[in-house]
Design a protein around this ligand. Structure first.
Ligand code: PEP
Length: 250
């Protein structure tokens, strides 16, 4: 049985005050949410504050990225060991903004995945196609390539304790959501791809959908057989919207 999961990716947003207000509202409004797991992803600098605000609650937290290196001359990087010191449960790896803006390759993403997992941090591996890749009929090819890079570097068994997020790039921050059918098709494809290596991993791994999830489309998306919740960008900065999405997963 896969527990529904809603993860809020705050991206490059927030301040001490905003995070305090947002988390207090989320903590208050999430008391009735018992069946879905909730996690939030602040910029690195605020992880300690998030940890303090969430202490004693069931809401998890993590990082939006992690270095593929352990330590050394890598200016500006944050290692998995550092995140572990701050008790991060999850680390997002391979978000499409990291791949597109910072040029992260499939191999780099796989190394980040391995680094996080090595330290006991669960990676949330983002995969997804660009609009032109969908329009040219290459969605499955792209998603398979992104997935296979991690499977061949980390091994299929490493996937089970991780989370996969299918995020069509054309749906992120654009207000264009994949239809529940479009999303379900790719989620089913991901499970089928994993089942070629290991059936149990394919059945047990949670696969989130991400891309303009809002309170008005969450219920239908989360009702799909292979969709186990969402990775939420914009709507996670609004406590009422985020809580409504968590309720839909609940
Ligand atoms: C994301 O950043 O992962 C995301 C899905 O963003 P949004 O919900 O704003 O489309």
């Amino acid at each position: 049985m896969r527990q529904p999961f809603v993860a809020g990716n705050w991206k490059l947003n927030g301040s001490k005050q905003l995070i305090k207000n947002l988390l207090e509202a989320i903590l208050d409004g999430s008391k009735t949410i018992k069946n879905a797991e909730i996690a939030v992803f602040s910029p690195f600098l605020y992880i300690q504050q998030v940890a303090e605000l969430l202490e004693g609650s069931s809401i998890a937290y993590g990082s939006q990225n992690v270095s593929e290196y352990n330590a050394g001359a890598y200016t500006g990087e944050v290692s998995a060991a550092m995140l572990k010191e701050f008790s991060c449960k999850y680390a997002i790896v391979g978000h499409s903004e990291r791949r597109a803006i910072y040029g992260e390759s499939d191999q780099q993403v796989a190394q980040k995945f391995i680094m996080a997992q090595h330290l006991g941090i669960r990676p949330i591996l983002c995969v997804g196609e660009l609009l032109e890749e969908r329009e040219s009929g290459n969605t499955e090819k792209v998603v398979a390539r992104q997935l296979d890079a991690v499977i061949s570097a980390a091994g299929i068994n490493a996937i089970e304790a991780a989370v996969i997020a299918y995020e069509p790039v054309w749906a992120i921050g654009t207000g264009k959501t994949a239809t529940p059918q479009q999303a379900q098709e790719v989620h089913a494809f991901i499970r089928e791809r994993l089942s070629r290596s290991n059936d149990a991993v394919a059945t047990n791994v949670r696969i989130l959908y991400g891309g303009s999830v809002k309170p008005n489309n969450a219920t239908e998306l989360f009702a799909q057989t292979d969709i186990d919740g969402g990775l939420i960008g914009g709507a996670s900065l609004d406590a009422a919207d985020f809580l409504a999405i968590c309720q839909a997963a609940n």
